[in-house]
Write a protein that binds this ligand. Structure first.
Ligand code: SAM
Length: 286
């Protein structure tokens, strides 16, 4: 039964340069029984360019929940479908999650045809560490919520990756300077793979000044990347852990208190033991 089911292909499309449309993506879209697209008019132009005549239907943020049962029924019936978004990789801040989840839960094979993705393209040229990164999609549109989100991310030990629009790039950078500091490493990757591709790197305030000073740098599509927070000094014990150790010392001897708090916090046992002895001594001196 299951081998008569269809396959859902999740197909990446170019983020600006048609030369990035892979041969496998072209063949998959040409051979699929149907294509579900975020914006059919947009995708029709891509298909026309490559001479693909597969029937198109729409699957966007506002109709996805409604359309999933019908597409699932087609897959169950043995048809092969392809999912695309306007640009880049579907689901990456684009529709498709509900369909992919439903297909996976129904035991239907979901297969990627990987390709362009603005976040990954930007990360690959940013010059920031890419071994650990955190993709955050778009920052909130309102300043208070945006600053709150940045506060929550301030200490993240990973490169931060945001999508940003032309009309908010300056405000986003202003808030970055205010919340994360003028010197935090920032990269603004603009119009990747297109004619006016630019990658600006520097401290947050420096990148903001360059974008403020050049109207050209405020046009197009943007990925904003932020360097990770500096790693905390292994010798520094954060205040809440210090308080916990102080409380624990009221009940336990220093060695056991240090071991317990080390297990809880992951901080080195010997550092906590030294601190426990110092706290005990200062309590005795008082
Ligand atoms: N799914 C897409 C992907 O894989 O990259 C992203 C879709 S998201 C709705 C669109 C955002 O991606 C844009 O607002 C912009 O922040 C970023 N973006 C898309 N194309 C870009 C490009 N060529 N250069 C820089 N950023 C781009």
């Amino acid at each position: 039964m299951s081998n008569r089911q269809g396959i859902l292909y999740v197909v990446a499309t170019p983020i600006g340069n048609l030369g990035d449309f892979s041969e496998r993506a072209r063949r998959t879209l040409a051979e699929a029984d149907w294509i579900a697209a975020e914006d059919t008019r947009h995708t029709r132009k891509l298909l026309a360019h490559f001479g693909i005549h597969t029937p198109l239907s729409s699957l966007h943020a506002h109709n996805e929940a409604r359309r999933v049962p019908e597409l699932l029924a087609r897959l169950r019936g043995g048809g092969c479908g392809a999912l695309v978004s306007d640009a880049g990789t579907p689901l990456i801040r684009d529709p498709g999650y509900l369909l992919v989840r439903a297909a996976a839960e129904a035991g239907i094979r979901v297969s990627p045809v990987p390709g362009p993705c603005a976040a990954i393209a930007a990360l690959s040229v940013s010059g920031l560490p890419a071994d650990r990164f955190r993709f955050e999609g778009f920052l909130p549109a309102r300043q208070a919520a945006r600053r709150e989100r940045l506060h929550a991310l301030k200490s993240a030990q990973a490169t931060l990756v945001f999508y940003e629009s032309a009309h908010r790039i300056v405000q986003a950078l202003e808030d970055l300077v205010a919340v994360l500091g003028a010197g935090r490493p920032v990269v603004v990757a603009r119009e990747l793979t297109k004619r006016h591709e630019t990658v600006l790197r520097g401290g947050a305030a420096e990148v903001l000044a360059r974008i403020r000073g050049d109207p050209e740098q405020r046009l197009g599509e943007f990925v904003l990347l932020v360097g990770a927070a500096p790693a905390p000094d292994a010798g520094t014990i954060p205040d809440p852990i210090r308080d916990l150790l102080r409380l624990t010392l009221e009940e336990l001897p220093p060695r056991r208190a240090a071991a317990l708090v080390s297990d809880f916090s992951g901080l080195p046992r010997n550092r906590l033991y030294e601190l426990a002895l110092a706290l005990r001594k200062s309590a005795e001196d008082e």
